[in-house]
Every structure is written in structure tokens, then in C-alpha cells.
Design a protein around this ligand. Structure first.
Ligand code: PG9
Length: 620
């Protein structure tokens, strides 16, 4: 039974990481939680005897039963202590006012929970004993306990979370507890090798991978890596080959870093961790949420939506994607992202008109089920669009926009022969955002906004190629999947290809003068050339040979307005977002030495035979 006094814990010594709470807590509170809820703290025994620290906030109103809303996290459920309350409980204050039994739990091995933390612990299918535990079983055991011990519930449970919390939400959908009636997976990673936080198409996301593993695995609490340089671009460059991180700094003590080093290819380790193979049913209503400029997990929610959609005979799988970075739908108004103004409060709209009614419908029988299959915010024109499928096929024509001579870009096929070239030098990599590049975690980091930064800061570099269309005569709207087809060669035997699709604002007439000529990235991706034929086995390139690359730039909903131009940029370094490719094939880049890194001449073809292009889903 839930008892208040016996479960009081003396936990005030723990520091709650304000930054993380701030990341996940939305608006300024306009509701006094303490007046309306009673807080309990319990250590729940899981089936293997490990106790997970859980705080439960129960509405004081005893006139009706309430559903549970569970949020599990590796980032702390603080504040700790029954008399210390969160200022907001639900994903928005609408939830607090409507009344839910809010449950927060530290996952295994983090903060106040016992057990071992395994970053993204792989799911165990066919559990055989009580020692076979994972995040799916931990949620199951938690729900069992809640149903038996918390009074005045209505027997229904909802789960939601962003990012790691989103991934834990996806885990909840596998072997779901019968009381689980609604979830919202938000920015969950789906595959850490193919497209989310730690690698994209096999290219290692160095700064995020390093800083996240240091943050999570230095102790049970969040710890920011102690850089001795403010501009981490410098720090990473001085680190030299990335094998020096273990040698000079962490000495094999970070399990996840060791996993990166030991699993440079898409082997069983990464395949077992990916979530989609475990998704075999779409039983639980699920609202997938993604942000077009999510700097961490954009691949994930779209992949999870796509996977569940194939199983969704009961129409329970929905998608919302908006003009957001990682999790920004949960905070603020969402009117702007960096310098980009959307003219409307997109985050507020989502929270009030979509998220709150979604849970109220499934968990409280309130309202109607009139959510579109896919609700996406079309940027550029800045309006919400509803689709009955995603990506849409009706009214969409796939058209290729081709690279041409003299930096031109157009829908007509190239008629002449030729290529453009640059020298990619790992000793002078292209920064992925303007310097100084502050640490990812910590105050005032530019990490959250780099995807909307003006790309003019690099486009005149000699190692970045740009092709640009004439100003558009009428709006060009794209809705759906964008794919780059590159024909390229290198003087090396390995290399990276980064492709960026950019909306170039008109040179005159913007209200905010610096927005004249702004280069806004709409889509982007990197492909590590050694994986052009598959991710399991890397293959060296033949130096100088033209090779075809297909690079998925993911889906989008964007209108390039009349007067704007379409631009494509190609480069071979993106540092320190992506580790430097030695450009000479070595079996494992994590073990490369200084001498392996070499300059390479990169050629991007734009000819009849090798017509490099970007394929767009053009709305008719
Ligand atoms: N992007 C973060 C993450 C999710 C899952 C695993 C590792 C990192 C996060 O914001 O939680």
C-alpha cells in the first residue's frame, strides 16, 4: 500500500541536474501542484529483487478515479524527498489540472535506483526466468504494483517520454501490460548505428557520443565532461585519432565508449539494440512525435512510425512532426527556433490541441478520436497539414533537381560533362556549426540550434561545394522522403559525403535584415563511403573510381517560397559532430593512428552519365 511517512527518504544531498529537468519541463507553472497533489516515494521491487526508486503524485480530489501517467528516466526523478514537489507533473500543465496519477521512476542503476545501468539495454524476447529483465519488464512490474497499491485509479495507464524516455516508451509497447492504454513515443531513437544519436549511416557522431557516454557513465548521476577548452572544436582536433580518448582520458572506464570502439560496424551488438525488430504488434495507441530540426533523434520516431504502420490494422499508430528541435514541443511556445519564426505557437498548439486530448481520449474517455493519421507542420508556408498517410503519395510527384556547371541547380538533366572538386583535409575539417563550439551540455550551448544555423558560415570554404537554383517563380512545396543521389570519386580509399539541402532566402526584403540571403538547412545527412554497399562489412573504395551513392535525407514538409532559391551543399568533414575519416581505408577508424589521416581530392560529378541530384517529393 502507498504510505507516505514510511517511504520518506533522506535524499536532499542529491543534486538534481537542473538542465535536464529544464529540458523536459515545459511552461512556467500556473497551477500549484502541492495544493492539489500528495507526493509519495517508494522503492519498487522488480521481479529480480532490484528496487527502483519511484515517486507518485496522487490527486487530493477523491471524488473520482484517475488514470496513471508514467514517465521513466535515466536523468533523475528529482526533487527527492516527499515534501519537495515538482512544479509541473505532466507534459503540460493541462495534465496537472485535468488530474492524473503521475508516476516518475529512475531506471536501473541511475540516481536512486538499484541495479546496473546498461545504456539502452537490449530487449529480451522470450524471457525464461525472473533474472531476465529489461525496460519492458520493469515497466510491467511497476504497473502491477501501482494497480494493486495506489487507491482511486481507473485501471488505465499511459506512458510518454522524450528521447531516452521515448525509447523507454517504445519498450513499453513490446509485451505491453494489459492496463497500458495509450503511449506517446517522442523523439525515440530507433537505431543508434543507422540514424540516431551515436552514428548516422555508420559515421560516428563524435561529440555527442563522447559527451553522452561521459555524462552517463562517469557516475550514477549526470556529469558533464570537463573540457579544458571552451571551443571544443579545438579540443577534439587536439585529441587527434579518437583512440586517444581511452589512452589519455578515460582509460577504458566508459562502457559505451568501449562498445563504440569494439563495434565499428553494424554487427549483432547494434542490431540487437535497434528497436524495430521487436515491434511485432501495434496494440497500444501510440502518438509518434518528431521535430524537423531534431539534432539527436529524428530518424527514430519516423522509423518507429513506419514500422508500426505496417502492423496497424486497428488504426492506433499516429504521427505528428513539427518545426522543433529535440523535445522543444514540450517547452515554450514554439513560435520560433533560433532565428526562424513560424508565425504561430506550434509547441503550444501541439500540447493543447493534440497531446492533452490524445491522452484524455484514451485514458479518460473524454472527447472524440478525430486525430489525423499524420499531422505535420509545413515550414516555409508555416501551416499545419493533415495527411491520411505518411509519406503522402497522393498529389506528390518525385522530381530530381540536378547539379550543373558553375554551381547551378535545376530540374533539367545535365547536358555537359564535368565535375566539381575540393580537397578534404582531416587536419582542417569543416566545423558543423560556427565556432566556438561550446560543450553539448551546459549553459548556453549552441547544440540545440545548430541545424537552423545560417549555412553561409561555411559555403565559401574551398572544401564545401554549393549548387544553387535561380530564384523560384512560384512556391515549391515538398512533402515526404528526400533522397540524394551522388556520383563521386576520391583520391583516397575511404571518405565521408555530407549532403545538405538548403532554402536560401531572398537577398532583399526580409523584415529582419540578417535574414536576407539566409541559408536554412532543410535536410541533411552523412554517408561513410566504406558502408555504401551495406553496414555490416566495410569495403574500401577504388581510388579515383566514380561511385554512385544513395543518401537518405529523410522526410520533410517544407515550402520553398517564390523568390527563394534551392541550394545543395556537399562536403566531406563535419567536425566534431562526425569523427574525421582518415580517408585511407583502415579496418577500424576507432583504432586509426595519426599517420593514417590523409588529404584527399574529392570529385562530385554533374554530367549526363553521372547526374548527381537530389530527389524531391514535389507537391503538385
Ligand atoms: N538523445 C538522448 C539519448 C536518447 C537515448 C539514448 C541515448 C541518448 C536523450 O536526449 O535522451
Amino acid at each position: 500500500m502507498l504510505r507516505r511517512k514510511s517511504s520518506i527518504l533522506l535524499l536532499l544531498t542529491l543534486t538534481v541536474t537542473a538542465a535536464v529537468l529544464a529540458q523536459n519541463r515545459p511552461e512556467a507553472p500556473d497551477f500549484d501542484v502541492k495544493e492539489h497533489y500528495t507526493k509519495y516515494e517508494v522503492r519498487l521491487a522488480m521481479r529480480d529483487g532490484v528496487h527502483l526508486f519511484t515517486s507518485v503524485y496522487v490527486p487530493k480530489d477523491s471524488s473520482r478515479p484517475y488514470p496513471f501517467l508514467i514517465d521513466r528516466t535515466p536523468y533523475s526523478v528529482g526533487p527527492y524527498g516527499v515534501d519537495l514537489y515538482r512544479t509541473q507533473l505532466g507534459p503540460s500543465s493541462d495534465f496537472d489540472k485535468a488530474g492524473y496519477i503521475f508516476v516518475f521512476q529512475d531506471v536501473r542503476g541511475r540516481y536512486m535506483s538499484e541495479g546496473q545501468f546498461i545504456e539502452m539495454r537490449p530487449h529480451i524476447d522470450n524471457k525464461k526466468s525472473s533474472q531476465d529483465v529489461d525496460d519492458s519488464s520493469d515497466l510491467y512490474d511497476t504497473i502491477e504494483w501501482l494497480l494493486k497499491n495506489v487507491p482511486r485509479h481507473n485501471g488505465r495507464v499511459g506512458v510518454l517520454g522524450i528521447s531516452y524516455g521515448g525509447w523507454l516508451t517504445v519498450m513499453a509497447m513490446i509485451d505491453p501490460h494489459p492496463a497500458l492504454k495509450a503511449v506517446s513515443e517522442q523523439a525515440s531513437p530507433a537505431d543508434m548505428y543507422l540514424g540516431d544519436d551515436f552514428h548516422h549511416n555508420g559515421a560516428f557522431r563524435l561529440s555527442y557520443g563522447l559527451e553522452y557516454s561521459a555524462r552517463m557513465e562517469t557516475s550514477k548521476q549526470n556529469e558533464a565532461f570537463d573540457f579544458d577548452r571552451f571551443d571544443t572544436f579545438d579540443w577534439y582536433l587536439r585529441l587527434g585519432p579518437i583512440r586517444n580518448f581511452n589512452k589519455n582520458y578515460v582509460h577504458g572506464k566508459l562502457p559505451t565508449w568501449n562498445d563504440y570502439v569494439e563495434h565499428p560496424n553494424y554487427d549483432e551488438f547494434w542490431q540487437r539494440q535497434a528497436v524495430t525488430p521487436y515491434l511485432k504488434q501495434a496494440k497500444v495507441p501510440n502518438l509518434n512525435v518528431a521535430g524537423w530540426w531534431d539534432q539527436e533523434d529524428f530518424y527514430g520516431p519516423l522509423k518507429i512510425y513506419e514500422t508500426l504502420e505496417k502492423l496497424d490494422s486497428g488504426h492506433r499508430n499516429y504521427l505528428v512532426s513539427g518545426p522543433w528541435n529535440h523535445g522543444s514541443w514540450s517547452r515554450g511556445t514554439g513560435r520560433a527556433l533560433g532565428k526562424i519564426d513560424f508565425g504561430t505557437d506550434a509547441s503550444k498548439y501541439f500540447r493543447e490541441k493534440v497531446q492533452a486530448p490524445w491522452f484524455a481520449y484514451w485514458l479518460k474517455d473524454k472527447g472524440k478520436l478525430d486525430f489525423p493519421e499524420a499531422l505535420t507542420f509545413q515550414t516555409g508556408s508555416n501551416k499545419w497539414e493533415s495527411y491520411d498517410e505518411w509519406p503522402p503519395s497522393k498529389g506528390v510527384e518525385r522530381k530530381k533537381i540536378y547539379f550543373h556547371d558553375a554551381g547551378a541547380l535545376s530540374f533539367s538533366e545535365p547536358a555537359s560533362e564535368g565535375f566539381d572538386s575540393y580537397v578534404s583535409d582531416p587536419a582542417h575539417p569543416v566545423p558543423y556549426r560556427h565556432r566556438p563550439i561550446e560543450p553539448t551540455y551546459g549553459g548556453a550551448s549552441g547544440w540545440g540550434l545548430w541545424l537552423v544555423e545560417d549555412q553561409r558560415f561555411v559555403y565559401e570554404r574551398p572544401d564545401v561545394l554549393s549548387w544553387e537554383s535561380a530564384p523560384l517563380e512560384k512556391d515549391l512545396a515538398v512533402a515526404g522522403d528526400i533522397v540524394a543521389h551522388l556520383y563521386a570519386s576520391t583520391s583516397g580509399t575511404d571518405g565521408d559525403w555530407v549532403v545538405k539541402l538548403i532554402d536560401v532566402y531572398p537577398e532583399k526584403g526580409q523584415q529582419d535584415p540578417p535574414m536576407n540571403g539566409y541559408q536554412l538547412m532543410i535536410a541533411n545527412e552523412v554517408l561513410r563511403a566504406r558502408f555504401r554497399n551495406g553496414f555490416v562489412k566495410p569495403e574500401p573504395l577504388v581510388s579515383g573510381q566514380v561511385t554512385a551513392y544513395t543518401i537518405d535525407l529523410h522526410s520533410n514538409d517544407h515550402a520553398f517560397l517564390a523568390g527563394h532559391r534551392v541550394m545543395v551543399q556537399v562536403q566531406s568533414t563535419w567536425f566534431p559532430l562526425i569523427d574525421r575519416n582518415p580517408q585511407k581505408f583502415v579496418p577500424n577508424i576507432f583504432m586509426a593512428s595519426e599517420e593514417d589521416f590523409q588529404k584527399a581530392e574529392q570529385r562530385v560529378y554533374r554530367s549526363q552519365v553521372y547526374p548527381s541530384n537530389v530527389e524531391l517529393p514535389v507537391v503538385r
